[in-house]
Ligand binder design. Structure first.
Ligand SMILES: [Zn+2]
Length: 215
């Protein structure tokens, strides 16, 4: 199969997602868009912690298998919608990290005005309405947030992050989960200190100049 460098990256990031407890069993899926014709995506029903090159499938933009013997991820429609909707995105990371997924289960938005570094590196993390995993309803629910955001909490499901490469998508997954964990702990410890609106706007403007925003 072609794309040996990309395959290596998917295997490495799958290993990290599993080692960090962001996925259990055969959860999660990863993809890379190496060019404007094809997408490399993990197969369904395999642990992303122990991927082998044959656990990856190359599909075209319509989701048709180009090479690989396994069935592509059941969430392929979500990945295809991202690549069809965002020219600047070349990798997607989907996992079920426990703190962020807990927020998804109670339908609670992560506050957009607490940690400056989260605003600078990721911006707001919207809560996308529930859609049954694997169905066309997932990309439909995602649609209205897709252009403006690089990380999403999927109600009663998990997290999706996007990047210019798979490492960036993975770092964003780490940021979402780390932030959710901090908010959870902070809420047990006392009253959250919210940044004022002017400061949030200043940080958002700064983000535009830092190159951390995927345009
Ligand atoms: Zn999932």
């Amino acid at each position: 199969m072609p794309y040996s460098k990309e395959i290596e990256q998917v295997i490495e990031i799958g290993r990290r997602l599993y080692a960090k407890g962001f996925i259990a069993g055969v959860d999660g899926n990863l993809s890379i868009r190496p060019n404007s014709r094809e997408i490399l995506i993990t197969a369904t029903g395999v642990s992303k912690g122990f991927l082998e090159p044959e656990d990856l499938v190359v599909v075209d933009y319509a989701g048709k298998t180009v090479s690989g013997d396994r069935k592509p991820s059941s969430e392929m429609k979500m990945h295809l919608a991202v690549y069809n909707g965002r020219d600047n995105i070349h990798a997607c990371c989907h996992a079920h990290p426990p703190y962020a997924t807990a927020f998804s289960v109670v339908e609670k938005i992560l506050p957009p005005n607490i940690l400056p570094e989260v605003i600078l590196t990721l911006g707001q993390i919207p809560l996308v309405e529930y859609a049954p995993p694997g169905t066309a309803a997932v990309p439909r629910a995602l649609e209205r947030f897709l252009k403006e955001h690089d990380g999403f909490i999927l109600t009663n499901h998990g997290v999706l992050t996007l990047g210019r490469n798979l490492f960036e998508a993975f770092y964003r997954m780490e940021t979402v989960e780390h932030y959710a964990k901090i908010i959870y702990i902070a809420e047990q410890s006392g009253k959250l200190n919210f940044l004022d609106l002017d400061e949030v706007r200043r940080l958002e403007k700064l983000r535009e100049t830092l190159g951390t925003q995927t345009k």
